[in-house]
Design a protein around this ligand. Structure first.
Ligand SMILES: [Zn+2]
Length: 206
């Protein structure tokens, strides 16, 4: 009886205070510019029939859906297979006055055994966003966390808000390829969910 009461009380407190706060503070007033890397003739890296540009877009669209459903305002640099310059990307996100910019990429290597998660930053204000993304992605996907690296990307340099590139995993990895072609959407859905959770974690302290 006591145990039930304690659990009920905990649930009540969670419902009354924690959940509404998360919704109000973290979602309603926050906006995210989601950038799917590459596009059009610029395919990025590839493996078999899978191109990075399509994988990036798939993850970006799923992330945008999760964010929108959670009350965030979302801007997307592209929602279809079109070519964009770096200038197109940062100009769009800056014009939208988004709170953060998250650019989605995947890594490539000639070695099919290499696979890890990494995030890229350029400005000082990008660092904590990059770390929040890579920590969440590697933890949810079970990949090695390769941390963050400074990278002089045109998008990151010119973005007027905290911005980071997520290199979720190596598309060229044979392990990742097997997951991506297992007939489900799980790997992509998990990555989108992980990016979402990383963004939420970042907003808790920013
Ligand atoms: Zn890329």
């Amino acid at each position: 009886m006591k145990k039930v009461l304690v659990v009920s009380l905990a649930l009540l407190i969670t419902t009354l205070f924690i959940l509404p706060n998360r919704t109000v503070i973290n979602a309603a007033v926050r906006s995210v510019c989601v950038d799917a890397g590459h596009g059009g003739t610029d395919i990025g890296t590839s493996n078999g029939g899978i191109t990075e540009k399509d994988l990036n877009l798939d993850v970006a669209n799923k992330l945008a859906s999760i964010l929108t459903a959670s009350g965030y305002t979302v801007y997307q640099t592209r929602t279809t297979d079109v070519a964009l310059s770096n200038r197109d990307r940062y100009t769009f996100c800056n014009g939208a006055r988004a709170d953060i910019l998250v650019s989605i990429h995947h890594n490539g290597s000639t070695n099919p055994e290499i696979d890890y998660s990494r995030a890229l930053y350029m400005k000082k204000v990008d660092v904590e966003l990059a770390r929040a993304l890579v920590d969440s992605v590697s933890s949810k996907l079970g990949t090695t966390n390769n941390g963050i690296s400074r990278f002089a990307s045109g998008v990151l340099i010119k973005a007027k808000m905290p911005a980071a590139i997520s290199e979720g995993f190596f598309l060229t990895s044979s392990y990742e390829y097997s997951l991506l072609t297992d007939g489900t959407d799980k790997r992509v859905q998990d990555e989108a969910q992980a990016l979402y959770e990383g963004i939420v974690n970042y907003f808790v302290t920013h």
